[in-house]
Design a protein around this ligand. Structure first.
Ligand code: ADP
Ligand code: MG
Ligand code: MG
Length: 474
């Protein structure tokens, strides 16, 4: 598939761009592509448009279809990994010796495993993120950056953005670009509703476990509204609410403020800074409970970077899909080179390779939320520091993916309007529900395109780097 250029190329007139940007920001407000402000993140008295691109971004249709198609395979894979304690133990053995956060999660995992799972229902909402690697031959290929199994965000706002871009295109006089619908929020809600209804108590609620600083609340509200529309009651609570008021009854049902909780949907709890000792206790209580956890602790661990790297070893996908070579090849074709840095010959080779040519790689710790990866010369610095210590297992090494730069404007409060060279990352949302051994729902929910200036190597929308975007097909 040949690489192609974006719509920004056509707009060199600054005054016209300014006009379009005004139209665009109002359209974002009208359609709810909004966020709370940094200054007042827990109030909706004054709100902002969420960062987004002025134009949608071209993507080759076959690559997009490929990403959608492989999503159900990834849902199955995450589910199988999360149920395979032998694999998780092996995959994370070296990491949990040196990475305290993963070790704490693993401790809860072992606790629950020993006690025996209290819920036969599993709910997974994940987002597999890709970049379209542009090879020297000009061929575009879909390469996975990572899969997020906890608190995968922006499904709500992404579902609102097509209307905004369609309006901009009309006003800009671009009639031959079609921006497709994005059904993410409806399908994610459908998955949650399914798990809630299997739990089987009309009065029980879905609890969104939310953060202290709720700038991105509207993204979550969109999902909440879908659920309320389907008569699924939703409450929003923080860790401290669970610590102070939550308890398990004799049958391990989770109660809080007089509500029985059918589903705990984590939108928080994916970073070490988000845990106090009391929060760890609350996490353990929720994991031990009969409530459906989205994700449960095993599903959380299945989304670590170390697991991603271990899954890329020869034979591992075959082990999970012994009778489905098509799924194996669909998944494997999206893998970039991933390398263990564990002590030993294999890790030594990867380490030497990275030191020789650091610009070809990304060094990743076991963290989420953007801004944690290490690039370029900094890779050498870090690796030289840890190379003789087991601490090197904190990281994995990955081939750097180089997408084709595309010209666009990023609209963000306080940033001057300018055409800039941008890189995009395509996320595909997946949802599954398992009851006992049976998969009762496995769907590709929708997509999220995020675009950032090529100046930044890393960082998401919430981190103030990337902007929401829509794909259109070429
Ligand atoms: P996080 O869980 O923090 O989001 P990611 O693996 O998604 O971690 O990395 C964060 C960002 O770093 C990505 O959004 C992407 O911009 C960049 N990145 C990550 N891996 C690669 C890679 N292999 N090649 C190029 N850029 C990458
Ligand atoms: Mg992530
Ligand atoms: Mg990411």
């Amino acid at each position: 598939m040949a690489c192609s250029l974006g719509l920004g190329e056509k707009f060199t007139d600054g005054a016209l761009l300014e006009q379009l940007a005004l139209v665009a920001k109002d359209a974002a407000a009208l359609h709810g592509v909004i966020m709370r402000t940094k200054e007042d993140p827990n109030s909706s008295e004054v709100v902002n448009y969420a960062p987004f691109t002025l134009f949608p971004t071209p993507i080759p249709k076959p690559v997009f279809e490929q990403a959608r198609l492989v999503q159900k395979d990834f849902n199955l894979l995450v589910d199988m990994v999360s149920r395979d304690s032998t694999f998780l133990e092996q995959a994370l053995a070296s990491t949990i010796i040196v990475d305290n956060f993963t070790a704490r999660l693993f401790k809860i995992y072992r606790h629950v495993l020993q006690e025996g799972a209290s819920s036969p229902i599993n709910l997974g909402l994940n987002r597999s993120d890709y970049m379209l690697h542009c090879g020297e031959n000009g061929i575009t290929s879909l390469k996975q950056i990572e899969i997020n199994t906890i608190a995968a965000s922006f499904g709500g706002l992404a579902s609102q953005l097509p209307a905004v871009h369609r309006h901009i295109l009309k006003v800009a006089g671009i009639h031959d670009v079609h921006v497709m619908e994005n059904t993410t929020v409806a399908v994610l809600a459908h998955g949650i509703e399914k798990a809630w209804s299997i739990y089987g108590s009309d009065r029980a609620v879905v609890m969104f476990l939310v953060e202290e600083t709720q700038m991105n609340i509207f993204d979550q509200r969109l999902l909440e509204h879908e659920l309320w529309n389907q008569n699924v009651p939703v409450i929003r609570r923080k860790f401290e609410d669970v610590t102070e008021k939550g308890y398990l009854d004799g049958e391990k049902r989770l109660f809080l403020d007089g509500h029985e909780v059918a589903v705990v949907y984590y939108r928080y709890g994916y970073m070490p800074q988000q845990y106090t000792e009391k929060n760890w206790e609350a996490r353990l209580m929720m994991e031990r409970s009969r409530a459906v956890k989205c994700p449960d602790i095993a599903g959380h661990l299945a989304g670590t970077k170390k697991v991603q790297q271990e899954l890329s070893r020869p034979g591992i996908l075959e082990r999970f899909f012994p009778d489905n070579p098509d799924a194996v090849s669909r998944i494997r074709s999206t893998f970039a080179g991933l390398y263990s840095l564990d002590q030993g010959d294999e890790g030594d080779r990867a380490l030497a390779m990275a030191l020789r040519d650091p610009d070809m790689f990304v060094l990743k710790p076991q963290r989420e939320g953007g801004g944690n990866n290490i690039y370029g010369e900094e890779i050498c610095h870090v690796l030289n520091e840890v190379k003789d210590r087991p601490e090197r297992s904190v990281y994995i090494l990955m081939d750097k993916i180089t997408p084709l730069p595309i010209s666009n404007c990023i609209l963000r409060r306080g940033s001057p309007l300018k055409l800039q060279t941008c890189l995009s990352e395509l996320g595909i949302f997946g949802v599954y529900v398992r009851q006992g051994t049976e998969m009762v729902l496995n769907e590709c929910a929708g997509h999220l395109l995020r675009t950032k200036s090529s100046e930044f190597a890393d960082g998401g929308v919430a981190a103030g780097v990337a902007a929401l975007d829509n794909p259109y097909f070429t």
